[in-house]
Design a protein around this ligand. Structure first.
Ligand code: NAP
Length: 312
């Protein structure tokens, strides 16, 4: 699979990365998942040339990291592991709070290394800004982890342009992770151009809009968990989105592609995007998304999609 250098790092990352939030078996949000299927999905991804696996201790309270650790046993050298810090559990009731305090980051890192069964994390990302910790302290703690060889590169999650600039003053960041899909294009206007200026890589997550753009939803679908809190799945937007997906499906058919493949392809075409981080719960889903690369949209179809987006 085609690879890109991740921002200013030396890391060559595949243009597709597999995300593991949906594999976490976190029932209220994502629904239950089968561990063997989850490991098989990760294996299908790495067998298909994907070398970047994105996870977090917050996904299923460590369960996703544990599964990733299991999945990469025996193939650790072939993959780059990206995980996160900054969301710490509270009260043991499934809740969490943002914390990027140095001692908390060090503790989180040790726990992630144990769950991932590795001695280093290739990309360590801060989930989101912590208003209670000066960013200088956070960046210094991360730099210590890099010096100790526990972390290779640092990335940021849901940070705005000013917050990225502030973090970059105190340490070396190589990339930013942001949502980007045909149904969520906000980052394309300011955040991604800003990352390009700073030579930061962009990990575009949720290219399938939580599965809506994979084409399996209909007017009668039961919407639960994380999707029930997402505006794209609520009326009146949901019906408009379903009609949009049908029009995209028609365009995709012209290439012998599925609408999900077209949706991911569209993300990869956006200037400044290094990698699309998609989620999947089964090997067959990964199989489909692997075929989102190796082809391109003709300019007239790109224009058709732009026209559809104007109407949306
Ligand atoms: N969501 C967030 O807020 C967020 C935030 C930060 C980072 N990330 C990272 O980005 C990754 C991906 O994000 P995401 O999972 O939210 O979104 P996504 O890639 O837009 O959607 C993933 C969902 O689409 C469905 N899907 C995937 N392939 C399919 C196929 N071939 N056919 C039909 N349905 C298919 C699956 O849902 P079903 O299995 O339910 O059908 C899957 O869980 C996360 O795992 C995480 O690593 C996400």
């Amino acid at each position: 699979m085609l690879t890109h250098e991740l921002g200013n790092s030396r890391l060559q990352v595949s243009v597709l990365a597999i995300g593991t939030a949906a594999l976490s078996g976190h029932v209220p949000d994502w629904g239950s998942t089968d561990d063997n299927e989850a490991v098989a999905a990760i294996h299908r991804a790495t067998d298909g040339g994907i070398n970047l696996i994105d996870t977090s201790p917050a996904y299923g309270h460590g369960r996703a990291e544990t599964l990733v650790g299991r999945a990469v046993r025996g193939r650790r050298e072939q993959v780059l592991l990206a995980t996160r810090c900054g969301r710490v559990p509270v009260n043991g009731d499934g809740g969490w709070r943002t914390c990027l305090a140095p001692d908390s980051i060090i503790r989180e890192c040790e726990a992630s290394l144990r769950r991932l069964q590795t001695d280093h994390i290739d990309l360590y990302q801060c989930h989101e800004p912590d208003p209670n910790t000066p960013i200088r302290q956070t960046m210094e703690a991360l730099a210590d982890l890099v010096r100790e060889g526990k972390v290779r590169f640092i990335g940021l999650g849901h940070f705005g342009c000013q917050e990225i600039a502030a973090a970059a003053e105190y340490g070396r960041i190589c990339c930013v992770q942001t949502p980007l899909s045909l149904l969520n294009r906000r980052a394309a206007t300011d955040l991604i151009p800003f990352c390009q200026e700073l030579n930061l890589g962009v990990l575009a997550h949720s290219p399938l809009a939580l599965g809506l753009l994979a084409g399996g939803y209909g007017p009668d679908s039961r919407i639960t968990g994380i999707r029930s809190r997402n505006l794209n799945f609520k009326p009146p937007r949901f019906a408009r989105n379903l009609a949009f997906v049908e029009k995209l499906r028609e365009i995709a058919r012209g290439y012998g592609k599925t609408v999900g493949q077209l949706a991911v392809r569209w993300v990869l075409r956006q200037p400044g995007v290094t990698t699309a981080v998609f989620g999947a719960t089964r090997p067959s889903q990964v199989e489909e998304i692997l075929a989102a690369v190796g082809w391109d949209l003709a300019p007239e179809d790109d224009e058709r999609i732009n026209a559809l987006l104007q109407e949306l």
